[in-house]
Design a protein around this ligand. Structure first.
Ligand code: EPZ
Length: 418
């Protein structure tokens, strides 16, 4: 096990480059299964989750090769249609292989992803939609068994705009017979990136980025290529790092529009945010006002930045309410922030935060990917010693080179074995 040790109090200054988006890379890598050929995906972040899904497509019989930030995946040979529990349990996003395997092999055996720290994470909407497209599904001892000769286009309505559910149906629909309509589709930028990759493979998709996506099934696809968009959650995390340390951070190789909700929210708190073509500059101030936030599907305030924003509100002037509407258990970081002196009360899906003058360094425990980022932000500003963030394997799932990127901005932190 490893921990990150942080000496707080240094205002971060300088420039930081954003890596490719984890949640765009994962569905694109899954989509390569749809057809044989040599697919090329660039600007791929070197992350634990990316390694996991590459390992998974490897166990299915494909070959992959890294060259810098580009990974080429040869999917000519597919020797299995099973995704074992051992791999799936380490990364829920493995459910993204269900649609592609069903299309390519006509069958799939995938372990149910199971829940995680932030919630039960059901996949009922994925299964319901694929059944509507003609897949025969049944669950047995923790596995999804699915079969389909050739999927048929259907009109799908998602009760909830599920991100990976929308992605699974898009991938299932591209070679289906006829047209598929996805209503109440998720609109995240990662959905648009997957559609871009599928179009590079010859798919006919329109409406991605809106709540209605139309897919015209085609007879065959070819190997695709794409350069993955920058990671909007990493972008937001470094914006908050500049704000909380009252520094001046320039985030480049990002897409400001993808973090509009946070840009506006930070401006409301009194933080100076200037936006360029592919750059955002954040200048922290010692007058941060507490401002309420409600997490919503894109383009609303992202649930994946809720924990990080809560760290900032812990030292703001005044009180605010942070409402989490996406996941039922995404306040686990609260107890850890309280150990550092934050004054937060949780009631249902609302957290009431009373800003304090300071946070105090303490040993804390990361519980999920974004909670660990929240604890690091708190550690960057905590006083009175060293903050130790334990179980940082969570962090390595979603933040590429975070120690180096923060150290290059002047932060005093290091990783050590426990
Ligand atoms: C994606 O998860 C992201 N993961 C999550 O990022 C992100 O937090 C989430 O979308 C919301 O933006 C990837 O893209 C790999 P959902 P996903 O299906 O697709 C309920 C991170 O930190 N639901 O949009 O699993 C679900 O319980 C991760 O990078 C069902 O009820 O999220 C949740 O309440 C964490 N049935 C809501 O919908 C279903 O079949 C939204 O979930 C599917 C979802």
């Amino acid at each position: 096990m490893e921990r990150l040790v942080i000496k707080g109090g240094v205002p971060l200054k300088g420039k930081v480059k954003i890596s490719g988006a984890k949640n765009a890379a994962l569905p694109c890598i899954a989509a390569t299964i749809l057809c044989p050929g040599r697919h090329v995906i660039s600007n791929v972040p070197r992350l634990r989750d990316v390694n996991t899904i590459l390992e998974m497509v490897g166990t299915l019989g494909c070959d992959f090769q890294w060259e810098g930030e580009t990974v080429s995946i040869n999917t000519d040979r597919l020797m299995s249609y099973e995704c074992p529990y051992e791999l799936v349990r380490t990364m829920r996003a493995s459910i993204l292989l269900l649609g592609p395997l069903l299309v390519r092999e006509g069958r799939a055996k995938i372990s149910l992803p199971g829940g995680c720290a932030i919630g039960a994470r059901p996949v009922n909407l994925h299964l319901k939609a694929l059944s509507q497209m003609g897949a025969q599904m049944h669950l047995d001892r923790g596995y999804i068994f699915a079969r389909a000769e050739r999927l048929k286009g259907a009109e799908i309505f998602f009760d909830i705009p599920t991100v990976t559910g929308t992605e699974n149906v898009m991938m299932a629909a591209v070679l289906a017979e006829g047209k598929t309509l996805i209503r109440n589709a998720a609109k995240e930028p990662e959905i648009v990136d997957l559609a871009r990759f599928l179009r590079s493979m010859g798919a006919q998709i329109s409406g991605d980025g809106t709540d209605t996506i139309v897919v015209e099934g085609v007879r065959e696809l070819r190997a695709g290529s794409i350069s993955i968009i920058p990671d909007r959650i990493e972008t937001g995390t470094y914006m908050l790092a500049g704000a909380i340390t009252q520094g001046e951070v320039e985030i480049y190789s990002c897409i400001p529009e993808h973090v509009n909700a946070l840009v506006e929210k930070l401006r409301e708190t009194g933080i100076e945010v200037s936006v360029g073509e592919e750059m955002i500059r954040v200048r922290g101030s010692n007058e941060i006002s507490a401002v309420d936030v409600i997490t919503m599907p894109y383009p609303g305030f992202p649930t994946d930045l809720q924990a990080q924003y809560m760290a900032l509100m812990s030292i703001a002037r005044g009180s605010c309410v942070i409402e989490e509407t996406i996941f039922e258990n995404r306040f686990i970081h609260v107890a850890e922030l309280q150990r550092m002196g934050a004054k937060i009360e949780v009631n249902g899906n609302k957290a009431y935060v009373r800003g304090q003058k300071r946070l105090l360094a303490a040993p804390v425990m990361a519980t999920d990917l974004r909670a660990s980022a929240s604890l690091i932000l708190a550690g960057l500003v905590a006083q009175g010693g060293y903050t130790e963030v334990h179980r940082i394997y969570h962090l390595d799932r979603g933040y590429e080179n975070i120690e180096k990127k923060l150290s290059d901005l002047g932060a005093i932190l290091w990783r050590e074995k426990v």
